[in-house]
Design a protein around this ligand. Structure first.
Ligand code: ATP
Ligand code: MG
Length: 232
């Protein structure tokens, strides 16, 4: 799936004393199967941009074309888009809501018309990918887990839907160096095995340089630079 972003503008609290222009004319293209990193300092607009990519936020102006469909069109159903564009947000604990890890991860795939057996296999596979032992964690409450474990459950829930586009907002935040390397190498594996289009954001080039094909540098709500990791 390709994504084309054209002149995106997003303003928090417009016409109020708290007005904040978070996206200020953002344009770029992501080709099907590309592995892209978005970097930028805190407050540069990464999360705001990512929340637009599955329609959670609607821009004040500009277009977002996903596989030829303008998802800013209010007449478009976002349900189908959200099955194909999977987003793990920056604070994924808010994406957990079921009483067990199993149910949480199974929630997405259970809306895809799969059999119980297929759903179970998807839960097992995605828990394996994120490094959570199936037997040990499947019946635990997601709310009792550590921050890093919660993040893994949230990632597994999105991976289990096998989206065409996988977007992860700061997937390595709160993980130790080993956890960080594990998650990044598993994301790379998903890219290679399923040819998923992948977008990850980070503060640091360190996470990105070895992984991605293209880097988008955000600065104060604008795209400052787009290039290969060597160029930026
Ligand atoms: P970080 O690296 O800290 O996650 P970011 O690049 O993801 O930062 P955003 O969270 O997109 O940046 O924020 C962009 C701008 O929008 C900032 O100036 C921020 O203060 C503002 N902003 C973000 N969320 C809100 C909100 N809910 N209400 C008002 N302003 C917001
Ligand atoms: Mg952010």
């Amino acid at each position: 799936m390709s994504i084309i972003i054209k002149d995106l503008v997003y303003i928090y609290n417009p016409s109020s004393p708290f007005e904040s222009v978070a996206l200020d004319g953002v344009s770029f293209e992501i080709k099907s199967g590309e592995f892209v990193g978005i970097i930028g300092h805190t407050g540069s607009g990464k999360s705001t941009l990512i929340q637009h990519l599955n329609g959670l936020l609607r821009p004040n102006s500009g277009k977002i074309i996903v596989n030829g469909v303008d998802i800013t069109d209010p007449n478009i159903s976002l349900t189908d888009i959200r099955k194909k564009v999977g987003v793990v947000f920056q604070y994924p604990e808010y994406q957990l809501f079921e009483e067990t890890v199993y149910k949480d991860i199974a929630f997405g795939p259970s809306n895809l018309g799969l059999s119980e057996y297929e759903i179970e296999n998807r839960v097992k596979e995605s828990m394996y990918i994120v490094g959570l032992d199936y037997e040990k964690f499947k019946d635990r409450s997601p709310f009792e887990l550590s921050g890093g474990q919660k993040r893994r459950v949230a990632i597994a829930g999105i991976i289990a839907m096998k989206p065409d586009v996988l977007i992860l907002d700061e997937p390595t935040a709160g993980l130790d160096p080993r956890g960080r390397d594990e998650i990044l190498s598993q994301i790379k594996y998903l890219h290679e095995k399923y040819k998923m289009t992948i977008i990850i954001s980070s503060h640091s080039m360190e996470d990105m340089a070895k992984l991605v094909e293209k880097i988008i540098v955000m600065h104060k709500g604008k795209v400052e630079l787009i290039g290969s990791p060597r160029e930026v």
